[in-house]
Design a protein around this ligand. Structure first.
Ligand SMILES: NC(=O)c1ccc[n+]([C@@H]2O[C@H](COP(=O)([O-])OP(=O)(O)OC[C@H]3O[C@@H](n4cnc5c(N)ncnc54)[C@H](OP(=O)(O)O)[C@@H]3O)[C@@H](O)[C@H]2O)c1
Length: 368
């Protein structure tokens, strides 16, 4: 880790890839006094210059090889498409630069392991840019869960759907660039399940495919060794619930979507209720009876108001677009000489990539 642990001034960032996400990240960096954007690189000099002007970068490099040799760059943010994450991260690490690499960390678990092995062999900081884990609402909700607010976790339901039009030229639908709903959005849902449950011992999945061969949508069911389950759904090109529900035996936490950066969450605390007997009257008959009786109507209202009193909404402000939180954690780790963040460890990234691989295999087997 060398000098960074003893440096006091702002930490110098380099960015490889001047696309959409890099734009949001760079604008958040600009709001952090402990960071300065030193250099950017792009395949187009003009695009890099425009990006540098927009975000106040000190210089542009014509090639990524030059950026990773820049002595003022302390850490590199890799924001290229998924298929470039392995070569770009290895380029940084082999030139002694710590790395924050966009999600998914790489195309599969074998590639993620290569990055992790290189970072560990060189003793360099490295992290997957799973910004969800650093968003204040997620950290607060996880903290409440760990303190037992909703009892023992039983299940996690998470959906991430983005209604984007099919475009065979977009990286999102191009298999050679690591497109598809599972790689693009599924990593968030799997990462959330991994954070709250143990690693899955059973994985079932099914996907609907685009003409280009990537998955347009995937639904997966995971079960861990303790019998806790996760039901995950992701889709490109359709609308979904876009939220996560974490259910414990004493209540639930609902993370408002998008799950990558939830703006708020709701905690509902409920005592366990007795399951209805199979011969209970049908719901509509009960409703008619309740409506017909003023006393029953009052009781139903009281139950609803009790449920409302047991539900608390937490709105938690994030800094900028929300990328600032992961950037701050990277800089904390660099200053304190920590080779990885305890909030998003390299082992977790390897495991998450392994689960994504297992979902892909299960969906393939279900289709054949
Ligand atoms: N954290 C988040 O919320 C979030 C959101 C969106 C995307 N992402 C992740 O961030 C990464 C980039 O996504 P994006 O939406 O920013 O993509 P994008 O707009 O397409 O930008 C990617 C950039 O990578 C560069 N690049 C380098 N080699 C390339 C190649 N062979 N083909 C195409 N582009 C290449 C391009 O920059 P130059 O043309 O300037 O070289 C391009 O602008 C992806 O891994 C994605 O999963 C994360």
């Amino acid at each position: 880790m060398g000098e960074l642990t003893t440096r006091d001034g702002p930490i110098g960032w380099g960015i490889i890839g001047c696309g959409v996400v890099a734009d949001g990240f760079a604008s958040d960096l600009r709001s952090l006094p402990e960071a300065r954007l030193v250099a950017v690189t792009s395949r187009s000099e003009e695009r890099a210059q425009r990006f540098a002007d927009r975000h106040g970068a000190l210089r542009c490099h014509a090639r990524a090889e030059d950026l990773v040799s820049d002595p003022d760059v302390d850490v590199v943010y890799v924001a290229t498409p998924n298929h470039r994450h392995l070569p770009d991260s290895l380029l940084c690490l082999s030139n002694g630069k710590p790395v924050l690499c966009e999600k998914p960390f790489a195309m599969n678990a074998a590639e993620v392991r290569e990055i992790v092995d290189e970072a560990r062999a060189r003793g360099l900081f490295c992290m997957e840019a799973m910004w969800m884990r650093f968003i204040p609402a997620v950290r607060e909700a996880v903290d409440l869960i760990r303190r037992g607010t909703i009892g023992e976790i039983r299940t996690v339901h998470a959906d991430f759907s983005v209604n984007v039009a099919f475009d065979p030229t977009s990286r999102l639908f191009d298999p050679s660039m690591g497109g598809g709903a599972l790689l693009d959005l599924g990593v968030y849902a799997v990462s959330l399940a991994d954070l709250l449950l143990g690693p899955p011992v059973h994985v079932a999945a099914t996907s609907a495919m685009a003409p280009t061969g990537v998955d347009l949508s995937t639904a997966a069911l995971l079960r861990d060794a303790q019998g806790r389950t996760a039901l995950l759904s992701v889709a490109l090109g359709s609308v979904g619930p876009n939220e996560a529900l974490i259910a414990g035996d004493g209540g639930t936490i609902r993370l408002h979507g998008p799950i990558c950066a939830p703006p708020a969450f709701e905690v509902s605390r409920r005592p366990a209720t007795t399951a209805p007997a199979p011969d209970d009257p049908p719901t509509e008959r009960v409703r008619r009876l309740v409506r017909a009786s003023p006393a029953l109507t009052r009781a139903a209202r009281a139950t609803r108001s009790l449920a409302a009193r047991n539900t608390r909404r937490h709105r938690v402000k994030k800094h900028g677009h929300g990328f600032a939180h992961e950037a701050l954690e990277v800089m904390r780790c660099l200053r304190e000489g920590e080779p990885e963040s305890p909030l998003m460890t390299l082992d977790q990234s390897v495991r998450i990539a392994g689960t994504v691989d297992a979902i892909r295999v299960a969906a393939y087997e279900a289709a054949t």
